[in-house]
Ligand binder design. Structure first.
Ligand SMILES: Nc1ncnc2c1ncn2[C@@H]1O[C@H](COP(=O)(O)OP(=O)(O)OP(=O)(O)O)[C@@H](O)[C@H]1O
Length: 461
């Protein structure tokens, strides 16, 4: 980068100044720079038709050695952007540069980039070593040198000893490992991966995502990785770029993204399950809708703000996402309810672990106030801040915990959420563990906020 200010798009499509990511602090333009790129497909039925604009002015950069995930729902334009970087799609606007060199007009095979797709597409007539060696042979690497590199890469992807195996005898996961080794072998300056794990089952994906990350780090490979699975993106990437409808919504390191989604849309896509107005004026049923709730609101916002202040600045979060929690947190007034309302316009985003069942608390109508609990300071309320009464839809035991689906009014009308059952104090007969609190459908329960599983997002996004 020459230090020039470039532009990324915000949630509403407006442009904001953006300082490109450069962990070295160097002002040299290194790695990939995507600037205001547009990808447009003509209408297949008629040349006069409007066609589809798949990418609408996206800007991002990728430092040498960095792994960036493009994350977003199906059809949001991830693959189109990746293909444009690869040179497989022409750009209708903007520019793509590598180490400062404009790639417009540079054909795919001259970009020095590697590609890996969902189906590894191995050569069926070659064995494992023959597949991995393919790119090296094309690059003119001598057979003796290639053999060493092949062995090294099979080791990196966890397939040491597989060199002579016919690829037809491999499992799906093993095939993808071979495909990865083959893509890494020529040491591409940038590796482009399009949903490389999506054909695999969940357990295998989780394992391979971790192995993929390890292989990319071990080989120092710069990589752009497309996925619609946020767990996968968080496992594999140094930074995650969230796309929606052709635009970039936020770029941040996984933890920062999770802790401080820049908008409700990003939070929804990450799996935040409910949104409650936080101290906003004019909301008749919000977390701040009564004097009695003010203190809880304040505590909630303030505690989140404290966490936000811990988000490191610079480095990986020098992206279009500034530090919303910190910024908002600093502005959070400490005073009367009027002041608090003035700082409204924020939503408490409740994540998958942001609600817990209050153990032993079976909601009764006496406890509720229009469906909401008022016993905010009760000792059995985990968050100590807020609770509401709801009706159990079902309970399911998953991944070592009880997830209880509850119909509840959190302040924005009735909705269906998932609360985590807290372990009861009752030991299992064999003494190994504790039962979870798993109430039966139709039962009345109380759910409480666990602020560790919540974030604050702006209302107007
Ligand atoms: N070759 C094409 N011709 C016309 N439209 C296309 C073409 N390829 C993609 N599109 C359209 O462009 C939009 C973005 O598609 P793209 O494949 O980039 O999305 P994606 O986020 O990668 O989706 P997925 O996760 O489902 O693969 C979609 O509306 C899609 O229908």
């Amino acid at each position: 980068m020459d230090g020039a200010t470039v532009v990324e798009r915000t949630t509403d499509g407006s442009a904001e100044p953006y300082v490109p990511h450069d962990p070295t602090g160097s002002t040299a333009s290194r790695g990939l720079t995507v600037l205001d790129v547009v990808v447009h497909y003509p209408d297949p039925a008629s040349s006069k038709g409007p066609g589809t604009t798949a990418v609408r002015g996206v800007g991002l950069d990728l430092a040498p050695g960095e792994v960036l995930a493009l994350l977003g729902p199906s059809g949001c334009g991830k693959s189109s952007l990746l293909r444009a970087v690869a040179g497989l799609e022409p750009v209708a606007g903007g520019s793509i540069t590598w180490d400062g060199r404009d790639l417009a007009g540079v054909p795919v095979h001259r970009r020095g980039f590697g590609l890996m797709f969902q189906e590894g597409q191995l050569f069926p007539h070659r064995d494992v070593a023959g597949n991995v060696a393919f790119g090296l042979q094309m690059a003119g690497v001598k057979r003796s040198a290639a053999a060493g590199r092949v062995a090294e890469l099979l080791d990196v992807v966890g397939l040491a000893g597989y060199a002579q195996r016919p690829v037809a005898t491999l499992s799906g996961g093993e095939r993808q490992r071979v495909a990865l080794a083959r893509a890494l072998a020529p040491e591409p300056q940038l590796l482009l991966l399009d949903e490389p794990l999506s054909a695999l089952d969940r357990g295998l994906r989780d394992r391979l995502a971790a192995d993929l990350r390890a292989a990319l780090v071990a080989t120092g490979t710069t990589a752009l990785f497309v996925t619609h699975d946020h767990d996968e993106a968080f496992t594999v990437a140094d930074r995650v770029a969230v796309m929606d409808a052709g635009r970039l919504l936020q770029v941040a390191a996984p933890e920062d993204l999770w802790r401080a989604p820049a908008s409700r849309r990003v939070a929804e896509f990450l799996g935040y399950q409910a949104f409650v107005a936080l101290g906003s004026a004019g909301s008749s049923r919000s977390l701040g809708d009564s004097a009695a709730d003010f203190e809880a609101d304040f505590e909630a916002a303030d505690r989140l703000s404290e966490r936000g202040r811990g988000v490191p600045r610079g480095g990986s979060d020098r992206s279009l996402a500034t530090d919303p929690l910190s910024e908002r947190g600093r502005g959070m007034p400490r005073g009367g309810s009027d002041n608090f309302s003035a700082a409204g316009g924020e939503l408490l985003a409740i994540g998958p672990t942001g609600l817990v069942l209050v153990p032993g608390a079976h909601a009764t109508d006496e406890l509720s106030e229009g469906g909401r609990g008022t016993d905010r300071r009760s000792s059995d309320n985990k968050s100590g801040a807020w609770s509401a009464n709801g009706t159990v839809v079902r309970s399911a035991f998953r991944r070592g915990r009880t997830e209880v689906t509850v119909d509840v009014d959190l302040g924005a009308g009735p909705q269906r959420v998932v609360a985590l059952g807290m372990p009861s104090a009752t030991p299992v007969p064999d003494g190994a563990t504790h039962h979870s609190f798993a109430p039966a459908p139709g039962g009345r329960v109380r759910v409480a906020l666990d602020l560790a599983g919540c974030a604050v997002v702006p209302t107007d996004s």
